[in-house]
Write a protein that binds this ligand. Structure first.
Ligand SMILES: [Cu+2]
Length: 247
C-alpha cells in the first residue's frame, strides 16, 4: 500500500513545484524505490481472471474451475523467472496485505505447482472468490495481478451441522480427525477416482491405503505423511469429513 501512497502523493503534488515540495517529493520517490526492493514487478497489462465463472453465478457445490492469465507467464513457486507467478484462490477472504506472502490456509489456496484449474467444494450459500497472483515467494506482484472479487451462490439449504464446511475457517490443516470405516471407504473411492490405488475399498486404513495417500500427498504438494489430515481431506474433495481439533 505504501507504494500507491507514494504515487498518489507524487501525482497530487506534481503541479505544486515549489522547492519545499520538490524536496518532499524527492524523499517520497526515494522511499518508494526502497520499499519496492525485493517485490516482483508485474508486466504491463497482466490480468488474472476466472475462465468459466461469472459474478453472481449459481454453481453446484462441487465443480472444476479454470484460472486464466493474460500478458504474464505461469511458473511454479520457487522459480525465479521474470514476469511470471502462480495463482492463489481467495475464498470468502479479503485481499491480504500486498507486500507479504499470501497466507496459506483454507481461505487462501496456493497453486504453487503452476496448476491452472482446481476442483472446488463449497457449502450451500453465498461465497466470494478472487484470484491473486504471487511470485516465487508467494508475495503479490507490484502492482498486484488479480481478478475482481466475484460472488457465487451454491444452491441448497445451508448445512446446519457444527462440523459443516461453513466452519472451515476454524480448521487446523494438520489435524488428523477420527474417521469411521465408511469415511475411510469414501476416501479410498476418492483416491481411486484420482488415479491412486488404495487396494480394496474395505474401510481400513492399511498399508496400501496409506501408500496411496502418501502418493496423493506427494503429487499435490502436501507433506507426504500418509496420515489423513484435514488438508488431505480438503484436497481429496472430502471436505465434509474434515474436523476441528478434538472432535
Ligand atoms: Cu503461493
Amino acid at each position: 500500500m505504501r507504494v500507491f501512497y507514494g504515487r498518489q502523493i507524487h501525482r497530487s503534488f506534481a503541479t505544486s513545484a515549489t522547492l519545499v515540495f520538490g524536496v518532499a517529493i524527492c524523499s517520497v520517490v526515494i522511499a518508494h524505490a526502497q520499499d519496492t526492493r525485493g517485490l516482483s514487478p508485474s508486466p504491463a497489462g497482466a490480468e488474472a481472471y476466472f475462465d468459466d465463472l461469472k459474478n453472481g453465478a449459481t454453481i453446484p457445490s462441487k465443480l472444476t474451475i479454470h484460472f486464466g492469465l493474460r500478458n504474464m507467464g505461469v511458473a511454479p513457486a520457487g522459480t525465479d523467472r521474470p514476469n511470471s507467478g502462480h495463482h492463489h484462490l481467495l475464498i470468502d477472504a479479503d485481499l491480504p496485505p500486498l507486500d507479504q506472502p499470501i497466507p496459506n490456509d483454507f481461505n487462501h489456496l496456493h497453486f504453487g505447482a503452476g496448476q491452472t484449474e482446481t476442483e472446488l467444494t463449497l457449502s450451500p450459500g453465498e461465497h466470494t472468490l478472487q484470484l491473486l497472483m504471487g511470485d516465487k515467494d508467494h508475495i503479490p506482484h507490484t502492482p498486484p495481478v488479480m481478478s475482481p472479487r466475484i460472488k457465487v451462490r451454491v444452491a441448497g439449504s445451508p448445512v446446519s451441522s457444527q462440523q459443516g464446511p461453513q466452519n472451515l475457517r476454524e480448521l487446523d490443516m494438520d489435524t488428523v480427525p477420527n474417521l469411521t470405516e465408511s469415511n475411510i471407504r469414501q476416501i479410498q473411492q476418492e483416491l481411486r477416482r484420482k488415479g491412486f490405488d488404495p487396494g480394496r475399498v474395505d474401510g481400513i486404513h492399511g498399508p496400501r491405503t496409506k501408500e496411496a495417500v502418501r502418493s496423493f500427498q506427494d503429487r499435490y504438494g502436501i507433506n507426504a505423511s500418509g496420515d489423513i489430515n484435514n488438508k488431505t481431506l480438503f484436497a481429496l474433495g472430502a471436505v465434509e469429513l474434515a474436523r476441528p481439533k478434538n472432535q
